[in-house]
Design a protein around this ligand. Structure first.
Ligand code: NAD
Ligand code: ISE
Length: 339
């Protein structure tokens, strides 16, 4: 298959992640240029567009997708806006990298799966960037060798220094635990069949009415259990850890001990303060892989099916959070397109 020339990318949503992806495409990634940015906030779109020569600012995704210099779309608007942007991109037959979550609920995610099936080939990759993090990749490779034996349990910790003002208790599941949903399915190669969300007394440092932290238990069709501590106002920094417990040993990632200092009778190191810092390399690798695959005319990485499965698990999790108790996860039959 012949490679396309430099890929003209429209970045939709220029907030924290979108602006970082614009910088990444402009300064880090090869084979692509940012030809358009879109934001419902016109001033924001203009400010971000001004950072890149030849980049046009739009307030409407459809107009950007119709532009002759746009070959592909990176969606970084909030989750509820993803479905409309994905369906528009499919109508224009444009390849897409869509930030997680694919959509905020299972019904809308299934509509995206069905729309991609009507195209008859994969067109979109979902931004589950932990699959591109070196530590998670090492853990995945180790589990695949079988040296540790069958995975029995996966312990996950996901801590943010502080949550943004718009964060709700449900978003701890649908926006944050969405990552562990994907990580659990990907690392173990199992589907998640049931979810239970437990509610410890909220931290006094969490905003009023926010159920933070939460403790989540996944059951899988391979007989494993995974737990997730999600704590989005832990105060001290950004920490993401995973430990696989297998029949013959354990393996853990995310301790963040890149450099340990010794001074004045104490040892220690620093803790990343947010995802942009902790996962910088993973985002770079993810976006470069998407650009490279797109230029080859291929789609690789987490699929729309993975996005749908995550949305279904999170929806069951939100039900468990609100109603209490264990909720089963119902998935439609996996279409052949997603092997
Ligand atoms: P944000 O609120 O900082 O930015 C969102 C931007 O989108 C804002 O500028 C807003 O004006 C704009 N917007 C809203 N509706 C729009 C629409 N219909 N069309 C175009 N623009 C629109 O949010 P964020 O933190 O940058 O998150 C954006 C996306 O990235 C979300 O899906 C989020 O879950 C995801 N995200 C992923 C990671 C990760 O680790 N992979 C980290 C943070 C956020
Ligand atoms: C955010 O949207 C992300 O995706 C981050 O990776 C996660 O740590 C955070 O909790 C989410 O809100």
């Amino acid at each position: 298959m012949t490679e396309r020339a430099n890929l003209g990318v429209a970045v939709i949503g220029t907030g924290k992640m979108g602006a970082d992806h614009v910088r990444r495409l402009h300064e880090v990634v090869s084979g692509a240029r940012v030809s358009a940015v879109v934001d419902v906030d016109a001033e924001r779109a203009k400010t971000i567009a001004a950072r890149v020569d030849g980049c046009t600012a739009y307030t409407d995704p459809a107009s950007a997708m119709a532009a002759s210099d746009v070959d592909a779309v990176l969606i970084a608007s909030p989750g509820p806006a993803h479905e409309a942007a994905l369906l528009q991109a499919f109508e224009h037959d444009l390849p897409v990298l869509c930030e997680k979550p694919l959509t905020p609920d299972a019904a809308s995610a299934l509509r995206v799966v069905e729309a991609e099936q009507r195209l008859g080939r994969r067109r979109a990759q979902v931004g589950f960037m932990r699959r591109y993090d070196t530590e998670y990749m090492k853990l995945k490779s180790l589990l695949e060798t079988g040296q540790l034996g069958r995975p029995l349990m996966l312990h996950n910790r996901h801590r943010n220094a502080a949550s943004p003002p718009f964060f709700t208790s449900s978003m701890l599941i649908s926006d944050s635990v969405a990552h562990e949903t994907d990580v659990t399915r990907w690392l173990l190669g199992h589907e998640i069949t049931a979810v239970t969300v437990l509610r410890p007394t909220p931290s006094a440092n969490a905003p009023d009415d926010l159920q933070d932290p939460q403790f989540v238990v996944f059951e899988t069709d391979g007989g494993a259990l995974a737990d997730v501590e999600i704590f989005v106002n832990c105060g001290f920094g950004y920490q993401v850890q995973a430990e696989a417990v297998c029949e013959r040993g354990t393996a853990r990632v995310g301790d963040g001990h890149a450099m340990v200092t010794n001074m004045a009778g104490r040892w220690g190191g620093t803790i990343a303060q947010d995802f942009v810092e902790r996962f910088a390399d993973a985002y770079d690798r993810e976006v470069q892989a998407w650009v490279d695959a797109t230029r080859r005319g291929e789609v690789t990485g987490p699929s729309v099916w993975d996005g749908y499965a995550a949305a279904a698990v999170c929806e069951a999790g939100v039900r468990s959070l609100n109603e209490g108790g264990r909720m089963t996860v119902e998935l439609v039959e996996r279409p052949a397109l997603y092997g």
